[in-house]
Design a protein around this ligand. Structure first.
Ligand SMILES: [Zn+2]
Length: 245
């Protein structure tokens, strides 16, 4: 009997261990060359939602776009980057004020990382008691960091009032954050802080400015499908019509 119980306990432990192994709290996937997508998870209205961010490994250090949503993963992300690339994160830029983008800003500042948001994001973060960055971007800005160059672009209101996108011109990578939804998304997600009338125009501004991206990174869906922006425009058009009625 004792052996049976022991075996059962052992099996249960095994199942638990494997169960956990199947669902890591932090996932890092290569995108291209020195670009990586990291994913953490959180529960929203009862279902587990992934949140993607991106990082780029430069000669001297790592540039992080947005922070993990899962607060237990701020340090594990830094540790994983250090282990994988033997480099430290130097800069972190968050693309709008919601927690799935900004939650780690103050933690990262304490680790000596230069944290950035736009001025508009900072005002909304302050108003909504969210974590804030140390440095503020006043207008669309080109960053030249080591061998990489990218720009921030504010296309107008959509997912939130302040959402920006990031563009790497040489690599043709469009980092869309929560503004752009996946190609298989059924809707535009949470719109409580968004602008359903402007959303379509805002997305079209992004499309006009960056007509030929090679990659489009989205926050909460599969980022491997380049049709995400086109599909999001369709969704935004639909919701605009509904709201005009
Ligand atoms: Zn989001």
């Amino acid at each position: 009997m004792r052996t049976v119980i022991l075996t059962m306990t052992f099996l249960l432990t095994l199942i638990q261990t494997f169960g956990q192994a199947e669902e890591p709290k932090l996932k890092i996937s290569p995108l291209t060359d020195n670009f990586y997508i990291y994913t953490t998870y959180n529960t929203y209205e009862g279902s587990k939602i992934p949140a993607n961010g991106m990082y780029v490994v430069t000669n001297e250090g790592v540039i992080l776009f947005d922070t993990p949503w899962d607060t237990t993963q701020f340090q594990p992300l830094l540790d994983s980057i250090k282990l994988k690339h033997n480099k430290n994160v130097k800069i972190c830029i968050a693309t709008h004020w919601h927690s799935d983008r900004t939650e780690g800003l103050e933690y990262y500042k304490k680790q000596g990382i230069k944290t950035y948001t736009t001025k508009q994001t900072d005002e909304l973060s302050k108003k909504n008691s969210k974590k804030r960055a140390e440095y503020l971007i006043e207008k669309d800005t080109i960053f030249n960091i080591e061998q990489y160059s990218f720009e921030t672009y504010y296309p107008g209101q959509g997912h939130t009032e302040d959402n920006i996108v990031i563009w790497f011109d040489k690599e043709k990578i469009l980092y869309g954050g929560c503004l752009i939804k996946g190609a298989d998304a059924e809707n535009l997600g949470y719109l409580g802080d968004g602008n359903v009338i402007e959303y379509e125009t805002t997305l079209k501004n992004v499309q006009k400015k960056y007509p030929d991206p090679k990659y489009i990174i989205v926050s909460h869906h599969d980022w491997n499908n380049i049709k995400s922006l086109k599909h999001s425009i369709k969704l935004a058009k639909k919701i605009k019509r509904k709201n005009y009625r």
